[in-house]
Design a protein. Structure first.
Length: 548
């Protein structure tokens, strides 16, 4: 009703319909965590292509299984990923971060790694007269700074920086705006006295170029300049670290409070798939890390993708390993799945020789592609679930050998003519036949996670609403519309909506005592589609009929 009815006449008002559309969340945002060549540490960075990864994290690196996993994810159909870079300082290394000195100014690369050796830093004091007065600082404290990344060709230019206490002080500006450089050390009283200067490597490169162009060419001078450049390059520090550790890198002290290690993913609003390629030494993740990662994935309503142990080089080894220790994989959670065998791909750091690689990135990409083409309720396996840019597998399974692994909940990667390498298993780690889990299959678990997350986000409006029949009616209306849309897309069993799902929110689910406690209870049920894992064809002859 209008707030004030003051005159005789007609009043118009808009009445809310009660319709609040629930939008389904994305289903294939993959989170990756591990070692990278460069990039911010303990920061969840969203990327949408491998080119994004190369810009932010430096591309492929021989020590980074993470880089190959992210590449395989996008190659196989992935569309969005969240990447967290961890770094373990190598014992005895002089310094992990490259530093640069120009006069009294000292800088360092923005993050650890040998990538910083590709930076070239230039300073000049070509500042307009009167700039100091307009900024309220001494003129001789102002300078310009240029940074060039020779590996990518990208550059940054910062003008009118100062070492005085000002909003444009060099440390503040670089921290806020530079991808490449940070300030290091104490502040000098003034900028470099020289009109222009470069870091040691940049100056040596310029001197070498001058010597090369000298006419007549003086070989001795060129050799001297070449030696000076080699010495400058050698003097640059920077280290790529070493294998990550469970306690120091994935779960450091106060990791959850500080959002570090695995908990750096708390910075990401949403991810659905969690992939951790081997990065802790050896070819496998520690079982303790797997268990903790599975628990974390469960808390975030995400699905963990794992490699089977590298020591399982034959099906019998896998069966024996599981029989000897059912927890050898680290978890039996329905929020996780493991795949075997490993991928065989060319290694660009070994002259293109074929090497063994983690499966997690490629499998996550197949899941993303299947979600896009068919829906999260379709099993990410079968002849359509091809592994792209994978020329071979470390072991070629037969049907009989596959039959040893499937009942134990270990998913196979197969070579099948004519499609080639494919994912040929769709069971969670709770999919061992002996466990009898209702979340035996990956699409059932992932569909449930999709519904849970979508309804969680889509019912936030109901908090603090009056807890009575009008609210319950709106909840039934909106959740029912969402579930009916999934039914129409083919996500559930059943010929009719009544057979496929139900949404209940009324006086039966929410008692007076619940109302007094401020609780509204919603019950949602659905009939999931189970994959046709075994297709049985019965064939018989028709006996010829003899006419009487």
């Amino acid at each position: 009703m209008p707030a004030t009815l003051s005159y005789p006449g007609v009043y118009i008002q808009e009445v809310p319909s009660g319709v609040r559309t629930i939008t389904g969340v994305p289903t294939a945002v993959a989170a990756f965590i591990g070692r990278a060549a460069r990039g911010p540490l303990n920061v969840a960075t969203t990327i949408t292509s491998f080119a994004d990864y190369e810009r932010s994290f430096g591309g492929l690196a021989p020590y980074s299984n993470l880089s190959f996993a992210v590449r395989d994810f996008f190659t196989n159909g992935g569309g969005q990923a969240v990447v967290v870079r961890l770094f373990n300082v190598k014992a005895g290394a002089p310094a992990a971060t490259t530093t640069f000195t120009i006069g009294a100014l000292t800088f360092e690369a923005a993050t650890p790694g040998t990538w910083g050796k590709s930076l070239r830093v230039t300073v000049d004091t070509n500042v307009p007269a009167g700039m100091g007065a307009s900024m309220g600082v001494a003129q001789n404290t102002i300078f310009n700074l240029a940074v060039l990344d020779t590996s990518s060709g990208r550059s940054e230019l910062f003008t009118n920086l100062t070492v005085a206490d000002h909003a444009q002080r060099v440390d503040r500006t670089l921290l806020a705006s530079s991808e490449f450089l940070r300030w290091s050390g104490a502040f000098p009283a003034m900028a470099p006295a020289v009109a222009a200067g470069k870091d040691a490597v940049g100056a040596a490169e310029d001197a070498l170029e001058v010597a090369r162009r000298a006419i007549p060419f003086v070989q001795a001078t060129f050799a001297t300049k070449r030696n000076a450049l080699d010495a400058a390059l050698t003097a640059l520090v920077g280290d790529d670290g070493e294998d990550l550790t469970l306690a120091e890198d994935f779960f450091p002290a106060n990791a959850q409070a500080n959002k570090q290690g695995l908990y750096a993913l708390d910075q990401a609003d949403l991810f659905n798939l969690l992939a951790i390629p081997p990065c802790t030494g050896g070819a496998d993740l520690p079982t303790q890390l797997v268990g903790l990662a599975a628990s974390y994935a469960e808390s975030r309503r995400a699905f963990l993708i794992l490699d089977a142990p590298a020591a399982w080089n034959t099906p019998n080894a896998a069966v024996t390993g599981l029989a000897a220790s059912p927890d050898q994989l680290g978890t039996r959670s329905s929020y996780a799945a493991a795949y075997w065998p490993r991928l065989v791909q060319p290694d660009p750091f070994r002259g293109g020789l074929l090497s063994s690689f983690s499966t997690v990135g490629a499998v996550a990409g197949v899941m993303a592609r299947t979600d896009s083409e068919r829906g999260v309720w379709k099993a990410p396996a079968g002849l359509d679930a091809t592994l792209k840019a994978v020329p071979d597998l470390s072991y070629r399974l037969t049907d009989a050998e596959n039959g040893l692994l499937n009942p134990l909940g270990l998913n196979a990667l197969r070579v099948k003519a004519p499609v080639g390498r494919i994912v040929y298993g769709a069971r969670t780690l709770a999919g061992d036949d002996r466990l009898g889990s209702e979340y035996k299959y990956i699409p059932v678990r992932r569909l449930a996670l999709f519904i849970e997350e979508s309804l969680y986000r889509g019912t936030q409006w109901a908090v603090f609403e009056p807890n009575d029949e009008p609210l319950w009616s709106q909840i039934r209306l909106n959740l029912g519309a969402f579930m009916n849309d999934l039914f129409r897309k083919g996500a559930f069993q059943g010929k009719t909506p009544r057979d496929a799902y139900f949404v209940k929110c009324d006086r039966e689910t929410t008692t007076q005592n619940d109302i007094n406690l401020g609780i509204v209870n919603i019950v949602v049920g659905f009939a999931p589609l189970k994959p046709a894992e075994f297709v049985v064809i019965s064939l018989r002859q028709i006996a010829g009929q003899v006419e009487a």
